[in-house]
Design a protein around this ligand. Sequence first.
Ligand code: NOJ
Length: 751
Amino acid sequence: MKKLTILLLVAIFYGCKTPSSQKSVDEIDKKVDSLLSIMTLQEKIGQMNQYNGFWNVTGPAPNEGDAAKKYEHLKNGWVGSMLNVRGVKEVKEVQKIAVEQSRLGIPLIIGFDVIHGYETQSPIPLAEAASWDLNAIKKSAKMAAKEAAAAGINWTFAPMVDISRDARWGRVMEGAGEDPYLGSVIAKARVEGFQGEDLSNPLTIAACAKHFAGYGFAEAGKDYNTVDVGTSTLQNIIFPPFKAAIESDVKTFMNAFNELNGIPATGNTYLQRKVLKSEWNFNGFVVSDWGSIMEMTYHGYAANIQNAAEIAVNAGSDMDMESYAYVNHLYDLVQEGKVLETDINDAVKRILRVKFELGLFDNPYLYCDETREKEILGSKEIQDAALDMAKKSIVLLKNEGNMLPLAKNGQKIALIGALAADKNSPLGSWRIAAKDNSAVSVLEGMQQYKGNSLTYTKGADVYNGDTNFIFEVNINTSDTSGFSEAATAAKNADVVLMVLGEVGYQSGEGRSRTSLDLPGVQQKLLETVYQANKNVVLVLNNGRPLAINWAQENIPAIVEAWQLGSQTGNAVAQVLYGDYNPSGKLPMTFPKHVGQVPLYYNYKNTGRPGPKKEVFWAHYQDIDNEPLYPFGYGLSYTTFSYSNLKINSVANNKVSVSVSVTNTGKVAGKEVVQLYLQDVVASVTRPVKELKAFEMVSLKPNETKTITFTLTDKALGFYDNNGVFKVESGLFKVFVGGDSKNTMNTEFSLP
Ligand code: NOJ
């Protein structure tokens, strides 16, 4: 404990107690300055260095190779953070080395990808976004933070707030979809959920807005690919959720693998210094993405790793994740005058500040309580929240003839599809800390309803062998040997329930696709079963929008169930049986064909809108311009009607709009009332419509509620090509409805 003495002195010198994040900013700054003044340059650089977990920390210390070097660095105080060390026992061990063996004993900040839960998985973020339920999303992040914090983690690399319009990109599963407004309010909910009100509470963790910036616009939806976007898209589409995260006091940012308009994000001074740290006054720290400093050499932007370190730090990347660039080269770069020590000081202060705010200086083992870990991981509270979130994330896409909900008694149900019995795939892609095969499968969920007879038939495997985070999924494209058994099961049933779609590891990092069809032989299986029995309910599993035209044309009922996490089967069964009335709405447009992508609701009109009789308008010759399901779309077991859309007042850039919504069906339900605007003529062209507000209303049968939206500058304006925010006079169209297409319309003018 000797090494803690200096830190203790620092604290005593300023007479401060445990900081609670908001109150003691000045006190923390004083502590940080005081600590910085006794640090050597190499120790400062150490704070900017992050290593991946590199050996079994509960086993013997490594004595050769890279691991031994990292271990030495840890003891020297040359490591500021580690990722992928998890569980109280392991975290405690590494923290002990940093705190007890290094000269200053500065605690590590322990990072982990808590993307959709820690051990208990909540739905993938895209699915959660489909709930449009900000309280539920915030709670889900809070529960994830609680579980992760109880396992020793104090920093998550989430939320990912990248807007994306390209369903081919595997990482759409990790974000909130295509819309900057929805993306912004969800970013806020997630940051608040992770960080809570007091970061030094051992059940909250620091959040990280990522990937700054433009990663969701990877060309052709190919992960890591080049990004080239103009100012208008950058300012109005990509930036808003990042800004919202800052407004919610997010403590860290992660930069991105991609280059943006010719400059890799990691070495991008415009993004990190000008926009983030200067214009937006961000005072947390920026971590690089994994190896992204080194990767600037591959981008052809840095001559070698030393040059990459120089570029990254000068551009404002504060912490190096696994490039070894800072720890190996910053010292020399400062000596050579290529990097200023004042810039190093600034980066280190940012990092130390977050560590102080997390309470790590008062107690480096604050997050390391074994009793708490036992009590919290997988607890009922966390499982209940995961179930609640999972139900809210489900979207009913089609329900012809009210085929759903299913009758609870006397039915013969054939459940078909390998994914129906899969206990691993529903856990999704970022589920490193989850126990394998720990999800409640759809089969298990359905088995809890005893009034019907249920038979299960696989039909076909979706993949061959095993799936994991590292390697490509090997899709079954040939084995159809189970088809006839599936067809027989279907023939003998009253209702066929098919669970088809993507395996959890088909989306996520490095998982782009050129097809948006049901993978492998599943489309054929669906058609074969449909020939045997047309009463099919299709339950989709997927991490991205799919182009399921045939199903939409033929299958009477379709339920979008994404990858819903640990409680998948319970949530799906409750929705199918009507114990929960679905209210989810799509956060991303579903195309009819992959060739339409990028397809998004807030597109710009061309100079050749249509349709026209001749060919000279913006269209394809082989498919129309419409989506299969529009952004914001989702059905319920009841129906809603909209009436009385009114502009109540327009004054001083404040517009009041109201609308009445009635439940016209037979059961209670929730509707997400959405308001879109179009600025009809502007100095920079504006999209045909943009989501500006929404509200979820609960309505009993025959009940009507009137909702009033107040639109202010933020909703009415946009960023011009010089990055200046403007509200322009003229005509605005207003669209209100239950999705982005079926709306009531009115208009107003701003003087
Ligand atoms: C790379 C991913 O892009 C990033 O999102 C993640 O947080 C890091 N790896 C750490 O696992």
